[in-house]
Design a protein around this ligand. Structure first.
Ligand SMILES: Nc1ncnc2c1ncn2[C@@H]1O[C@H](COP(=O)(O)OP(=O)(O)OP(=O)(O)O)[C@@H](O)[C@H]1O
Length: 532
C-alpha cells in the first residue's frame, strides 16, 4: 500500500473531522447571535474542509487503486511466467483452475484496497479524533477512546470470528456444490446411462438450498455487526454529551459531533475484518504459488546450490498423510546425463520429479540440487498463438529457432498445415475453444515438449512426455529431445521400455525407493547413440 494513498486517506478523514467540528462550532456559536465577523473564520474553515475532503478522497481512491492494480498486474505476470516454465504441481493445470488463480489474485488486490488501506486510515483518523477530543476535554476524550476501541477493535474482531466459522463452512458448501454441478454437466452421459441423473440433480438442488440458507445467515451476521457498530456510535455520543455537560453549549456540541465522526471513521473496520477473513485463504494460495521454488528448502535446511546439473538425494522421504510416496530415496545423477525413471504405477516417480523441481518438500532427508524445470503431462497451453505459447519459455527466440525446436519434436508437418503457421491462435488450453485451433493429445504433448526444450534449463524434468504418441513417433521424438539436450541433465519418467537404450542412466523405482540405478558404462548420449 503506498504512503500516498494512506496520507490522502488520513487527510480526507481529518478534513471530515475538521468539517464536523467547525460546522458544529459554527451552528452552536451562531445560536448565540454573535457579531458576524466572529464567525468568518469558521465559515471559511467549513468551506475549506468540505472541498479538501472531496479532493483528498479522490486522491486516496486514485493512489490506492493505482498501487493495488499495479501490484496485481505484476503478480499476474509472475503467475503466467511460473506456469510457462513448467506447470507447478500445486498450481493451475487447466483453464478452469487458471481462472480460479486469477480470481485469487483479485482477492489479494481486494485485501489491499478494502482491508489494509481502510484499516490503516481508520486507525490513524480514529487516534487523531480521540486526541482532538482529549485536548478539548479529557473526560470526553476518554469516552471517545473507549467507544473507538470497542467499535474499531472489539466489534470487528467479533465479526471476523463469526465470519471465520461461517466462511469455512460456506467455502466447503460452495465447493461441494461446484463439484456436483461439474458432475452433472461433465458426467451427464454416464449419469443418464446408469439412470442416476435425477438422483444427482436432486442432491445438487438440496445442496444449493443449503448454501442459500448459509448465505442468508452470513448476511444476518454482517447486518448484526454493522448494527452493533452503530449502537456503539450512538452510546458513545450519549456518553460524551453526559461527560461534556458542564463544558458549555458550544464545546459540548463540538465534542458530541466529533465523537460521532470519530466513530464513523472506524466503522469501515467491521466489513474490512469480515472481508479479510474471507479473502485471506485466497491470498495465501497466491503467495504459495508465487514463492520461488528455491525458497522451499528441503528438510527445512538452507538450500545448498549444487554443481549445475548435478542432482543428489539422500534419504529423501515424502509423505502424503500416512502413505509414504518416497521412502528414503538416495540418488546421484552426474551433470549432463539423460536418465530414464521407470516403475509401476504409484512407485513414486512423479513425486521424485516434484522433489527435483523443488515443488514438494521432503519430510526427511536432504536434496542437493538447484530446483529444475519440469514438463508434466498436464502442463497448460495458453489461449494465444503457437508462437506466443513458445515464446513464454524464451521471449527472445526468433521464428527460425521456434521452427527448429518444433522440428525436434516432429511437429513440422503439423505447423506447415496450420492456416497461419506460428501465428495460428490456439484455443484456451489447446482445446480449440474461443475459435482457436484444437490439438490432438499427441500434438499438445509435443508442443509442450518443444516449449520445455526451448527453455533449456540446467536440469529438465519430463513426466511421460511421449505417452500420447505411437511407439515409433514416441521413440523418434524422445531421440530428438535427448539429442537436443546433449550435455544437459534430463530426467524422464517413462513407461516405454522400448526406448531405454536412448538413455545414459536407468533408475527403477518400487514402493517409493530406488530399486536399481544403472549408469551403463557412463558413456553420455545413451546406449543407442554412437559415443561421438
Ligand atoms: N497429491 C497426493 N495426495 C495424496 N497421495 C498422493 C499424492 N500424489 C501421490 N500420492 C501417492 O503417492 C504415491 C506415489 O505417487 P506418484 O504419483 O509419485 O507415483 P507414480 O510412480 O508417478 O505413479 P504413476 O506411474 O501412476 O503416475 C502413490 O501411492 C500415490 O497414491
Amino acid at each position: 500500500m503506498t504512503a500516498a494513498a494512506v496520507l490522502a486517506g488520513v487527510a480526507a478523514r481529518l478534513c471530515a473531522l475538521g468539517l464536523t467540528a467547525s460546522a458544529a462550532w459554527l451552528i452552536a456559536r451562531a445560536a448565540e447571535r454573535p457579531d458576524l465577523s466572529a464567525l468568518g473564520l469558521a465559515i471559511v474553515a467549513v468551506r475549506a474542509f468540505a472541498s479538501a475532503r472531496g479532493f483528498f478522497g479522490y486522491l486516496e481512491q486514485l493512489a490506492g487503486h493505482d498501487a493495488a492494480l499495479g501490484r496485481a498486474a505484476g503478480q499476474r505476470v509472475r503467475l503466467y511466467r511460473s506456469l510457462a516454465h513448467g506447470p507447478v504441481q500445486a498450481g493451475p493445470r487447466d483453464g478452469e483452475a487458471l481462472t480460479h488463480m486469477v480470481s485469487d489474485l483479485e482477492a489479494g488486490q481486494d485485501i489491499r484496497l478494502r482491508c489494509a488501506l481502510p484499516s490503516i486510515v481508520a486507525g490513524i483518523a480514529g487516534a487523531a479524533a480521540v486526541a482532538f477530543c482529549w485536548a478539548l476535554h479529557p473526560a470526553s476524550g476518554a469516552v471517545v477512546a473507549a467507544g473507538t476501541l470497542v467499535a474499531g477493535l472489539a466489534v470487528p474482531a467479533a465479526a471476523a470470528a463469526a465470519a471465520r466459522g461461517l466462511g469455512a463452512r460456506l467455502a466447503a458448501a460452495r465447493s461441494d456444490l461446484a463439484v456436483r454441478v461439474i458432475d452433472l454437466t461433465d458426467g451427464r452421459a454416464d449419469l443418464l446411462a446408469f439412470g442416476a441423473l435425477d438422483f444427482a440433480a436432486a442432491a445438487a438442488e438440496r445442496q444449493a438450498r443449503r448454501l442459500a440458507r448459509m448465505e442468508r445467515a452470513g448476511g444476518a451476521v454482517s447486518a448484526a455487526a454493522l448494527a452493533a457498530g452503530t449502537a456503539v456510535q450512538g452510546l458513545t455520543a450519549l456518553g460524551v454529551a453526559w461527560a461534556a455537560a458542564g463544558t458549555g453549549q458550544v464545546t459540548a456540541a463540538v465534542l458530541v459531533l466529533t465523537a460521532l465522526v470519530a466513530l464513523d471513521a472506524v466503522q469501515p473496520l467491521i466489513p474490512a475484518a469480515q472481508r479479510y477473513v474471507e479473502l485471506r485463504p485466497a491470498a495465501a494460495r497466491v503467495r504459495r504459488l508465487l514463492r520461488p521454488a528455491a525458497d522451499l528448502p528441503p528438510d527445512g535446511r538452507p538450500h545448498r546450490p549444487a554443481v549445475p546439473g548435478r542432482v543428489a538425494l539422500r534419504g529423501v522421504r515424502v509423505r502424503y498423510g500416512d502413505v509414504p510416496a518416497l521412502d528414503g530415496v538416495d540418488l546421484d545423477l552426474s551433470p549432463g546425463r539423460s536418465v530414464a525413471v521407470l516403475g509401476e504405477s504409484g512407485a513414486g516417480k512423479s513425486t521424485l520429479l516434484a522433489v527435483l523441481a523443488g515443488l514438494v518438500q521432503p519430510s526427511e532427508g536432504l536434496a542437493l540440487l538447484r530446483p529444475a524445470r519440469g514438463m508434466y503431462q498436464d502442463a497448460h497451453l495458453f489461449g494465444t498463438t503457437v508462437r506466443g505459447n513458445l515464446l513464454m519459455a524464451r521471449p527472445d527466440a526468433g521464428d527460425a529457432e521456434l521452427r527448429a525446436v518444433l522440428d525436434r519434436v516432429r511437429l513440422t508437418g503439423w505447423l506447415d498445415a496450420l492456416p497461419e503457421g506460428l501465428s495460428t491462435p490456439l484455443g484456451a488450453g489447446g482445446q480449440g475453444l474461443s475459435g482457436g485451433q484444437g490439438l490432438s493429445g499427441g500434438q499438445r504433448q509435443r508442443l509442450l515438449l518443444a516449449r520445455a526444450l526451448l527453455a533449456d534449463p540446467e536440469v529438465l524434468l519430463l513426466d511421460e512426455p511421449t505417452e500420447a504418441l505411437d511407439a515409433g513417433t514416441g521413440r523418434a521424438v524422445l531421440a530428438g529431445v535427448l539429442r537436443a539436450r546433449h550435455g544437459r541433465t534430463t530426467v524422464v519418467v517413462t513407461h516405454r521400455e522400448d526406448a531405454l537404450d536412448l538413455f545414459d542412466d536407468i533408475v527403477i523405482m518400487a514402493r517409493g525407493r530406488v530399486e536399481l540405478h544403472d549408469t551403463g558404462d557412463r558413456q553420455p548420449m545413451g546406449r543407442a547413440f554412437p559415443s561421438a
